[in-house]
Design a binder for this molecule. Structure first.
Ligand code: FES
Length: 156
């Protein structure tokens, strides 16, 4: 006589039914979780290429500054203000001032004071970059806008 309290084995047909039920439930939950992610943006905003470098009064005519935090050389003359990138055009290392201009510590490219290549593997001169003035008067360098070498900007 079978014991009423002893567990009975689950019939195979019932087990398959339960497995199907739980699989369908998990698939529905996964779909809902996926749909909940849809309104969220998948891209993060790109950092601006524009860099504020200070007020014009910090760049008196006849002066030259290396802004190491931005890897820039800023030159101020009576013609205006110009900025040159210090990123080597070979593989992007930051060039260092040398006796004859600039030298790259990575593979030895050499540049004259205006950024023209005088030696090494660098394929192009150092980039000169656009300078402008914000509405509040501060100078802005747009790292994404390359200009002709030696282009100075009149700042008021
Ligand atoms: S990165 Fe400057 S020479 Fe290679």
């Amino acid at each position: 006589m079978p014991d009423r309290l002893a567990p009975r084995p689950l019939p195979r047909r019932d087990w398959l039914g339960l497995a199907g039920f739980w699989s369908a439930g998990l698939a529905i939950l996964g779909s809902i979780a996926g749909m909940a992610q849809l309104p969220k943006p998948r891209v993060t905003p790109e950092a601006s290429s524009k860099v504020r470098i200070g007020n014009p009064s910090e760049f008196m005519p006849g002066s030259e500054k290396i802004l190491s935090q931005n890897n820039l050389r800023v030159v101020s003359t009576s013609q205006g203000i110009a900025a040159m990138s210090l990123a080597c055009t070979h593989l992007g290392c930051i060039v260092q001032p040398s006796q004859d201009g600039y030298i790259c510590p990575c593979h030895g490219s050499e540049f004259d004071p205006n950024g023209n290549v005088t030696g090494g593997p660098a394929p192009r001169p150092l980039k000169w970059i656009q300078v402008s003035q914000a509405a509040d008067g501060e100078l802005i360098v747009d790292m994404a806008v390359e200009v002709q070498a030696g282009q100075f900007y009149q700042i008021v």
